[in-house]
Write a protein that binds this ligand. Sequence first.
Ligand code: NAD
Length: 335
Amino acid sequence: MKVAVFNTKSYDRTFLTAANVGGKHDLVFFEPHLTLETSVLAAGFPAVCAFVNDCLDAKTLGAIAEKGVRLLALRSAGFNHVDLAAAKDLGLTILRVPAYSPYAVAEHAVAMMLSLNRKIHRAYNRVREGNFALDGLLGFDLHGKTVGIVGTGRIGAITAQILHGFGCRLLGYDFLQNVDCLALGMEYVALPELFAASDIVSLHCPLMPETYHLIGAEAIEQMKPGMMLINTSRGQLIDTKAVTKALKSGKIGYLGLDVYEQETDLFFEDLSNHVIQDDVFQRLLTFPNVLITGHQAFFTEEALKNIAETTIGNITDFEQGRPCANQIDLDQVKR
Ligand code: NAD
């Protein structure tokens, strides 16, 4: 099948080409993001392959559908960036990669906890400058601390498993109780209780209208003073301005972000020669107790291999008219 693969970096091309065994599909790689303006590139392709920071709003979907696209193959688990109602009206099929490596994201979340706690990011710079003083690097034992996990699905459960190994007390909040988490001794509690009791809160729920700005002024008010907040899920779960205020007052003692509300204009690109215009983001970078990575939690060899293989498998299923377990059910979409 002819596939227009948008928003590709060298690693995408490497892993997708390797997964496309025998050149089964005709993959044409484009560097630009998919937007209304770049949608002309999709002309003549029955399938488009896109990533989390492509623009998949009603106008762009309309433009690609008009050019003959019938399949949208997402190289991501999340699909909060897709206008599903528009896709349904246009008769598009949307396939995704629901799970590629929950370990990659969970391990990154824990790496952020450890780095922030033991101030590895600061110690690295100090030692390189010949500064071996320990003042300001004091950490705490993770053992015995309470960690609240919001969203105990695949990634939340692996995070819980790793933290169980550190001897942490585990609290969880989810609509569904995960048996693996219960087996680790996780206690499911209401959100205010989780916020009040947790030394560390790690977000692993999806972005949906109900979870938009889940962490805002009201939630922060309920939190333990000096707590650590980790977000490897989606930027808009956090009201960044409210969190910045809480960092200034000390209510939040540590912040680890792999995702950011306005990341579309920043992440995945080398902007080191540009002046970053986002003042909210720039303010965050001034705090010594804030660690930000550019949406790299998923970025392991295993995850990229799984994403590529599942994407190719999804496209093959569609081409051969087979039911695909990774299809987003647009019949459930409400307007
Ligand atoms: P999952 O579907 O396995 O788990 C999500 C869990 O959240 C489910 O148990 C669900 O019941 C729960 N949930 C839904 N609504 C909730 C709410 N309002 N409050 C609390 N819990 C709620 O998903 P997953 O594979 O564990 O992924 C979790 C999130 O991680 C994804 O939604 C995605 O946004 C993010 N993610 C980030 C990266 C990255 O590179 N940073 C990579 C992959 C996924």
